[in-house]
Design a protein around this ligand. Structure first.
Ligand SMILES: O=C(O)CCC(=O)C(=O)O
Ligand SMILES: [Fe+2]
Length: 347
């Protein structure tokens, strides 16, 4: 695993930013409140609620729907799209750094707005073994977890594709900002493999295409255990000129010296090409998780009720391709049990 982390990351702004008008934002508020009116007592996993979200998502501004579908079908070089002007509740304190995750109904407009956006891209899912399978998860700094390579930490969060250790990682993830950090320095980072592929030497690509890498399960899935590993896997798979990507520059190891060198080279190239945005309230970043890494620069939490607060939501393009993993509702099994005995050692 990479232990050195650069203290600062040079990033450029993302290329694709959609700015919603006040009128468009107001239309999303109305749609979200209508959903809240009908489903305020429901669990987010209930099908009646989820299908209603998909139906009402048809009333998102048509310009936004078109851009989302374009991103869904074609992606972009950054592997990320920012939407500015999604409505969020701004008067709710950030969850306490030593307390429980809040109930979704604390921020219903934020919840339904994000779920509608994700429903245009696919079907919203969660994972049974992470954060109780929640379909929308709260991302805020946690007391005592500052140095963890998790979204509850506040040191630099290394570039990664989400949940690459799972059999069925999400296809898209979104992060919506309810509140930024005090110093406005925490930048959400992203970079698509398309940006770096032309710069990767052919012999390095060949190594990255072999099953010579393993990723440790994130501790958010394992109740703190750090010794559960994925099976050996390749970083690059699929089409030669537009590959899929599975990588984690904290949790992944190369299983031999050549593989580790290839991983280190790839990390340098991503850092040279990365885009980033210090998200402000109402800004939502979507990451194309099959082809792009994301991460976050460091920041200082204060634990005063006004810390940085993002909310995260996943979707997959086709629910039928993951149905074999469904546990209850839209919470997928992680397969961690099968991996308990797989070990890895650093090259
Ligand atoms: O906090 C951020 O901006 C990114 C966190 C992250 O990587 C995640 O929640 O998956
Ligand atoms: Fe992440």
């Amino acid at each position: 695993m990479t232990t050195e982390t650069p203290s600062a990351v040079d990033y450029r702004p993302p290329q694709d930013i959609i700015e919603l008008t006040e009128h468009e934002t107001a239309a999303i508020v109305a749609a979200a409140l209508e959903l809240f009116g009908r489903h305020r007592h429901r669990h987010l996993h209930e099908e009646a609620l989820l299908y209603d979200v998909e139906t009402v998502a048809g009333r998102l501004p048509s310009r936004l729907q078109t851009e989302l579908r374009r991103f869904r079908d074609h992606g972009n070089p950054d592997g990320a799209l920012v939407i500015d002007g999604i409505p969020v509740e701004t008067n709710v304190p950030t969850p306490a750094g030593d307390g429980p995750d809040p109930h979704w109904s604390l921020v219903p407009v934020t919840t339904f707005a994000q779920m509608m956006v994700m429903s245009v891209l696919g079907s919203v899912i969660g994972y049974r073994d992470e954060k109780e399978g929640r379909l929308v998860q709260d991302v805020f700094p946690r007391v005592g977890q500052e140095r963890r390579q998790e979204n509850s930490g506040s040191v630099l969060l290394e570039l990664h594709t989400e949940d690459g250790f799972l059999d069925r990682p999400p296809h898209y993830l979104s992060l919506i900002c309810v509140r930024g950090d005090h110093d406005a320095v925490a930048a959400t980072l992203a970079c698509g493999i398309r940006r770096v592929l032309p710069s990767i030497p052919a012999d390095v690509v060949a190594v990255l295409r072999r099953d010579r890498f393993q990723i440790a399960f994130s501790t958010s899935f394992t109740g703190g255990r750090e010794d559960i590993w994925s099976r050996p896997l390749a970083v690059l798979t699929g089409p030669i000129d537009d590959p899929h990507l599975t990588v984690d520059f904290h949790g992944m190891v190369g299983l031999d010296g050549e593989a580790q060198n290839a991983l280190d080279r790839l990390r340098e190239l991503f850092l040279e090409n990365v885009v980033g945005a210090v998200l402000r309230p109402g800004q939502l970043m979507i990451v194309d998780n099959r082809v792009a890494v994301h991460g976050r620069t460091s920041f200082e939490p204060r634990y005063d009720g006004t810390d940085r607060w993002l909310r995260r939501c996943f979707s997959v393009s086709d629910l039928r391709t993951v149905r074999d993993q469904a546990d209850h509702g839209r919470a997928l099994r992680s397969g961690g049990e099968r991996h308990r005995r797989i070990t890895a050692s650093r090259a």
